[in-house]
Design a protein around this ligand. Sequence first.
Ligand code: ITT
Length: 196
Amino acid sequence: KKLIFATGNAGKMKEIREILGSPDLEILSQKEAGIETHAEENGTTFEENALIKARAVAEQTDALVLADDSGLEIDYLGGEPGVYSARYLGEDTPYEIKNQKILDRLEGVPEEKRTARFVCVIAAVLPDGRTFTTRGTIEGIIGWESRGEGGFGYDPIFFVPEYHCSTAELSMEQKNEISHRGKALRAMKEELKGVL
Ligand code: ITT
């Protein structure tokens, strides 16, 4: 069995391989499959953008295609950066700067108002054209400083109260067990029983 994952994000790809990996499943990134796309992620929801990415690759292959659209919703900022998480402050701005900016915007905000969640939507386009989406979330709070070296993106400022640490301080295995991406991918596995 084989699937192509429509992503250019190495951090996502690592987690995806760990979560979906099995001896009888070959997982290729879009690049490994030699597929280039330029679809604009102009949807207003994670579902729309995940489907845009999956369909753009599916047009160029007969294989099963999955895509991941995800982001960080911060309640105090009205849900920002949300679907704009990758583009927040510019696509090429380093995450040390993006994370510091968010910490600055929340300066002095008390813990109970620092609630946030990571959201992940996985979209699948099957060879027969059928599409599915699944969604996973993890609740947490925006911390007071960046902590940890694991994960990617906004992980150093995303604290999981139950674990007393940021998702960048968890092992990949621990993060995948509780993360938005782990939940959404396991739900997709269930949805695609027999295909995956
Ligand atoms: P692809 O579209 O190529 O998959 P991307 O990075 O552009 O890669 P998104 O548009 O879905 O992906 O943006 C999601 C952003 O949300 C991502 O770049 C991170 O900044 C953030 N994000 C998503 N999941 C995360 C996680 O598990 N830990 C930290 N940050 C995460």
